[in-house]
Design a protein around this ligand. Sequence first.
Ligand code: NAI
Ligand code: MG
Length: 306
Amino acid sequence: MTRYRIALIPGDGIGAEVLPPAEALLDAVGRRHGIEFAYDSCDWSCERYLAEGAMVPDDGLDRIRHHDAVLLGAVGWPGVPDHVSPWGLLIPIRRTFQQYVNLRPVKALAGVPSPLRSAGAGGVDLVVVRGNVEGEYSEIGGRLGRGTADELAVQEAVITRKGVTRVVEYAYAVAGSIGVAPAADLDPEREFPSMFEPVHGSAPDIAGRGEADPLGAIWSAAMMLDHLGHPDASAELLAAAFGALADGVSAADLGGTADTAGYTRAVPTGWAPRPAWAHERRSRTFGHWSPPPTGAAAGVRPGRHG
Ligand code: NAI
Ligand code: MG
């Protein structure tokens, strides 16, 4: 049995709705591959910022720097300016942990109506590799005369040869490879945990309705499995997640009728996700993690693939 400690950062809005399906499916596919995940859930969010004045506790990043990976939902919420929430959480993680590659695969999926549909499954397979810590993220600059009519802001986009070279080299290394999935913030040196997150934000317009499409989070979780050295489990999870689409089940954003729980149930992993997840309010305090029930206690049932 291989065990991993995963730092979970649900964040804001639908971030907290799309991670439980990803967790449940990770657990299910992990059981088939001898992999066990222990999750430490961090309450880092705009809610925390409003209550305590900081998105992340002072020693927050130190508490997760030895985890095997970070799984993040989304960050940002009305009432907290968008320059505060990412700069207080997302960007410090990416920078501190040297996640200098941002990886976002693109695929045409069976069962999803799209202008690219005529290309057929596999006909579109793109990966975007973007530099993640330089350029606009350099944080070189500042403000003069803050709050006055003469206020001046200067921001420099700094790009170094070293920074470009390492990202370009990474891009060449992954070009043409299949099976890598959407948003990952990678430290290819593996000195720090890498982070896996759906590209989307917290979707305040639909948050709380149970309608969010969990596929981005599930796909990100599959990327995490691959990064941790489990390409078979990753491919199985991905195929299962896409299988639901091919079976004609999709969430509203893809024109379907499935809600978050319904889509998750339609993913044929061989084990259904814990039925209680949708209503579970796990401890959101870091370090107070209790393992999810397993086996009969969780009400698992054999799925279509036995
Ligand atoms: P958004 O991605 O949250 O939402 C854009 C539109 O897409 C909305 O209509 C939303 O309902 C829909 N949508 C997004 N994810 C969905 C899902 N899984 N299923 C179904 N529909 C989905 O972008 P928006 O509205 O510009 O930003 C909202 C907040 O999220 C802001 O505070 C923003 O800063 C933050 N944000 C955070 C990101 C991150 O954590 N990496 C990335 C993008 C935005
Ligand atoms: Mg995101």
